[in-house]
Structure formats: C-alpha cells, structure tokens
Design a protein around this ligand. Structure first.
Ligand code: OAD
Length: 253
C-alpha cells in the first residue's frame, strides 16, 4: 500500500494549525527558555546533565549563596560567560528574527535566557526577564555596566565606588526587574498568538505568562522536545528540536 508522506507525518497537522494561527494574527508574543539555546551548545538547567545537576541552586543562584561565597559564584558565572562567548545563534533564533520582521511592532520576544543570543541573532524587541550574563551590578552603588563576555576578575569591583560587583542576573528569592516584567505582561495581553519555546515552565513568575496568554484568548503553541508544565495551556504542540521546528513552520507561511 502506498501512503503519501504528508499523511504519515504526525507533524503535518500541528504545523498547519500553527501556520494558520500565524496567518490570522497581527500580534505575536514569544517566551523562550534554555531549550532554544541548546542547539547552540549551551547546557539547559534541568536536564540530567544540566547546570543544576552539578551546581546546587542554593550555592550559585541565590543572594544568600553569593553572600556566603562570592568567589564560587563568580567562578560559575565566569565559566558560563566563557561558554556563551563560544556560542552562535542557531536556526531557531534566526526564525524568531524572521517573525519579528513579519510582525514588526506586533512582535515581542520575552526570554528567560541570560545568554544574549536573541539580540546577537538580530531580534530588537527582546525583554530579558532574568537579566544578562554580559552585565554586572554593583552591590553598593547599584551601577549596572555592560562588560561583554571578556573574563572578569575572580572578585570584580566597581570602577565607580569600588564596591563588590555581582552578575546582573535574577537569582532565586529575588524579584524580576519590574519595568521588564510589566512590558512582558502587556505584550501577553496584546498578543493573538503566543509561542512558548524550550522552557520547562516551572519557574515563576515567567511560567505564569502561559496561562495568562491562554486566559486572554491567545492561541498558544508549544515548541519543546517533550510535553511540559505548560502543555495543558497549549492549543498545539510541536515536539522536536526548536531549531528544526521553527524553520519548518516558517517555510509554510
Ligand atoms: P530548563 O532547563 O528548566 O528547561 C529547558 C527546556 O528546554 C526543557 O523543557 C527541555 O525539554 C527543552 N529543550 C531542550 N532542548 C531543546 C531543543 N533543542 N528544542 C526545544 N526544546 C528543548 O530551562 P528553563 O525552562 O529556561 O533561571 O529554566 C527557567 C529558569 O530556571 C532559567 O531562566 C533559570 C533557571 O533556574 C534563573 O537562573 C533565575
């Protein structure tokens, strides 16, 4: 018996639906997590070989951990900075640049990632919910500076007030930058389609954007290797590497 390939491919129907949502929409908001950068060689957090397996969260990603041992924390973040310095945006990042070109001001990219790869790829409307590996913040005067990805001292100090610098990253037990968060919520209220890409959707408040989009009437599309905590709020799931699924979807528009 002959089965045309279109009928056998389980991705056909979800890809078609997602493409139809995009065709009908003027506004798109996207939430990304570590999974979109996995194909650029950056480890995720919660995989069996992920960052949180080898580095206890309490030690390297809380203000209490930083107070206890700032050298250990800086060693961890300098290593992450060095690894991101080697990384390049992948086809998933580039597909999101094409989507911004399509929707222009109707497009907002909300990311939990601190690697800066969305901006490097060429996206302009990027909201970094969890800060950036590229920036330092002074624990004394609060000055925020872009330091690129060059290696920093083991215990870097503020050029302005010589206070101890910390990474400008949002740690557990800390608030998100409120202006960034409010812009993200606004974008979610405005969007007709919402993509949730490469996140396990377990860290609040970011994960709460998915049910918010849903309640607000957006069509929600998940891109991930597997189902997640977000899946129950999604109209369509595209399960596979984001760097393959996003270009596949774009080629249908
Ligand atoms: P996680 O490590 O929790 O989840 C990564 C997700 O990406 C998983 O659901 C994977 O299945 C999926 N994934 C992996 N490779 C993929 C691929 N090639 N294509 C598509 N999906 C893929 O990372 P996040 O959800 O980003 O916060 O974690 C959220 C926050 O928790 C991070 O921002 C960080 C972390 O602790 C802070 O440090 C404050």
């Amino acid at each position: 018996m002959h089965h045309p390939i279109e009928h056998d491919d389980p991705l056909e129907e979800p890809l078609d639906r997602a493409a139809n949502y995009l065709r009908d929409a003027q506004t798109l908001a996207v939430l990304t997590g570590a999974g979109i950068s996995a194909e650029s060689g950056i480890p995720t957090f919660r995989a069996s070989d992920g960052l949180w397996e080898n580095h206890p969260i309490e030690e390297v990603a809380t203000p209490e951990g930083f107070e206890r041992d700032p050298r250990l924390v800086w060693r961890f973040y300098n290593a992450r900075r060095a690894s991101v310095a080697q990384a390049q945006p992948n086809p998933g990042h580039r597909a999101l640049v094409a989507l911004e070109q399509r929707y222009q001001d109707g497009f907002t990219l909300i990311t939990q990632n601190v690697d800066g790869l969305h901006t490097l790829a060429g996206n302009r409307s990027v909201l970094e919910l969890h800060g950036s590996l590229r920036r330092t913040r002074c624990t004394v005067c609060g000055d925020i500076a872009d330091r690129g990805l060059e290696p920093l001292d083991e215990l870097p100090h503020c050029p302005k007030c010589s206070g101890l610098l910390r990474p400008d990253i949002v740690w557990f037990h800390e608030m998100l930058p409120q202006d960034v968060w409010l812009s993200a919520v606004e974008a979610v209220y405005r969007c007709q389609v919402f993509f949730v890409i490469g996140t396990s959707a377990v860290v609040c408040p970011a994960a709460g954007l998915v049910p918010l989009a849903r309640r607000n009437g957006a069509r929600v599309v998940e891109f991930n290797l597997t189902r997640t905590e977000a899946s129950r709020y999604c109209d369509v799931g595209l399960y596979g590497p984001a760097g393959e699924m996003l270009p596949k979807l774009l080629s249908r528009l």
